[in-house]
Design a protein around this ligand. Structure first.
Ligand code: 6PG
Length: 227
């Protein structure tokens, strides 16, 4: 249950996706007094985050969490939390409440109880979840070679968070599970380039992890793409 929104250029994609996310947040603030947004890291969302940071809404009523996190210090260049702080929590969005997924624990497995408690008060369903995708068809930190991929992709799983070793990418990770991501009013997959478009279009055939998002019928999914 997914649809595409394709754009001529990345600038237009970033601006339009930011506006769409802002609309989702505003709607939940109007209806429920609060909103929650789960975002992914990586390079693709940086410019979109900057557009989103300038959108006018009651950001002090918005909880922002990470879809996944590399198990590195929050000031590491590889930290998704740092990426979100540097690109989203500025301008009008500086009042948003950011909840990172990194703790002082040596390994994310030891942090899961604390992380579940950290997310427990954040409103569900999420107003929106923004996912990226790697060239191998991973999304969140659901990597093809991960030994616990089946656990991560169990749509009926009770755990919202899990630790995982990507094998094919650096750093142990803490990640939302599929079950947690599906507890959202909207899922936006944000990708660019022809290569990623081909990977996404072929995901059902290859069994790439992102297919779990495309094949489910619980939550509306829109793919936002530009060349
Ligand atoms: C991460 C992300 C991951 C990302 C993809 C795409 O921690 O790496 O959450 O899922 O969205 O790897 O990354 P790029 O946008 O950099 O291609």
């Amino acid at each position: 249950m997914s649809s595409w929104r394709s754009f001529e250029c990345r600038e237009q994609l970033d601006s339009e996706l930011a506006n769409q996310i802002a609309a989702c947040l505003k709607l939940d603030i109007e209806r429920h007094g609060t909103a929650s947004l789960a975002v992914s890291g990586g390079n693709t969302p940086k410019a979109m985050f900057r557009h989103l940071s300038n959108c006018e809404l009651a950001w002090s009523k918005v909880d922002v969490i990470l879809v996944d996190e590399r198990w590195v210090a929050p000031d590491s260049p590889d930290s998704n939390e740092r990426l979100v702080r540097e690109n989203l929590l500025h301008n009008r969005a500086s009042d948003a409440r950011l909840h990172g997924l990194k703790t002082a624990d040596a390994d994310p497995e030891n942090a899961l109880a604390e992380l579940h408690a950290r997310l427990a008060h954040i409103s569900r369903p999420f107003s929106a979840v923004v996912l990226g995708m790697g060239g191998d068809g991973h999304t969140a930190s659901w990597f093809p070679q991960a030994s616990n991929l089946r656990e991560l992709l169990d749509p009926l799983g009770s755990a919202e968070l899990a630790a995982t070793d990507p094998i094919s990418a650096p750093h142990r990770r803490a990640t939302l599970t599929l079950a947690a991501v599906l507890n959202s009013r909207n899922i936006f997959i944000h990708i660019t380039g022809d290569d990623k478009k081909a990977v996404l279009e072929g995901a059902a055939d290859t069994g790439a992890p992102v297919a779990a998002i495309l094949e489910q019928t619980i939550t509306p999914v829109t793919i936002w793409w530009a060349p």
